[in-house]
Design a protein around this ligand. Sequence first.
Ligand code: SP5
Ligand code: ZN
Length: 348
Amino acid sequence: MIIFHNPQHHLHDGRQEMFRGRLVPCHENPSRLDYVLNELQRRPVGPLRQPGEPDLAPLHRVHSAPYLDFLARAWDDWVALNPANAELDILPSIWPVRGFRHEAPSTNFTARLGRFSFDSGSPITAGTWTAALAGARCAIDAALAVSGPAPESRAAMALTRPPGHHAGPDFFGGYCFINNAAVAAQTLRDAGARRVAVLDIDYHHGNGTQTIFYERGDVLTVSVHGDPRTEYPFYLGYADETGEGEGRGCNLNLPLPTGSDFATWRAALQQGLDAIARFGAEALVVSLGVDTFEGDPISQFKLASADYLQVGATLAGAGLPTVFVMEGGYAVAEVGINVVNVLQGFAG
Ligand code: SP5
Ligand code: ZN
């Protein structure tokens, strides 16, 4: 297992997110990744590397040019509005819902911000773009490490933040800006895998990943998550979303009730892995969120730390070249133990 860690992740350091009617400290903060790195020092599972400067073509195939351009310039545009903004994070506050003109020609920054986002929980900070782009490099390098006729490794990980699975072709939200799992899946395709599966085991539905691949038949997307009838992101992640066009039958949602325990969750995971085997995937991307942990402050499943060893072993049973991509997990002190348990369980 080669681990590509993002040396610039700490440059994304939001101050506050909107949460139940007030601004609260961001759940998604730099200490999360520091805990994983510390645990990896204690229990190494393979070489730790920084990403190189890979071709970013896969990034541009999963996100639109106007969106990437917006993200790359957002901080400078924000500070240009008022130099005092340099001390403040960017948070959207107006969105074009039904009846508004989504392609309205407004050049106003606030308008563009709403056009490219879907929630008020995901601040853009001075270093967000730099951190997110370095994360995409981790995803590409991790995918390349398991690709080709003589792959360097059977498994690799993009150990990065901000996370990615809520980010869609042209929107950010859910603490996510660049969809690293989608970038990894696209890299695997471009490097020769004919069919790729993305298995999303974060507590929250991977709406961005689903939307990116919804009309594609070459990438199967599977997500096990809290039922969107009660859980974020609410507007996507239902069982009847099965793909469209070329992608018909290539999306599987396995929503589970609030409070589900490991036995229930594990059965859904097995259902997802069965679908991946039937699909004939030649490579696997795992969107690894550990917000399924019983102690997570914003989630409602009941997995215990020891369960993650079994999760890793079960994933290894798929027998595929595998890229892990770091997603959520907000019980910061346990995030390291839980992530490394998955990797150790996978390694056997
Ligand atoms: C990557 C990822 O895990 N993103 C999650 C984004 C969730 N943001 C909104 C959280 C609101 C959750 N409501 C919590 C109820 C607490 N009991
Ligand atoms: Zn999550």
